[in-house]
Design a protein around this ligand. Structure first.
Ligand code: ZN
Length: 63
């Protein structure tokens, strides 16, 4: 009698994913969700708050 698959909810999309060693992307449902989730926090980490441009370095119209 086969054991029931251990399932977890993918933290990214909420789909059921296998939480077994045969799923290398656990607890995500797949590679895409893992990469997207990883990319999301990396992106946030690299985002630097501040003004879009330095007014001192702005190109002048009078030249
Ligand atoms: Zn997913």
């Amino acid at each position: 009698m086969p054991e029931p698959a251990r399932l977890v909810r993918c933290p990214h999309c909420g789909q059921l994913a296998k939480a077994t060693p045969e799923n290398p992307w656990r607890p995500f449902c797949g590679r895409r969700c893992k990469l997207i989730d990883l990319g999301a926090w990396l992106d946030e980490d690299h985002r630097i708050p501040g003004p879009p441009g330095d007014p001192d370095n702005a190109p002048s119209d009078e030249s």
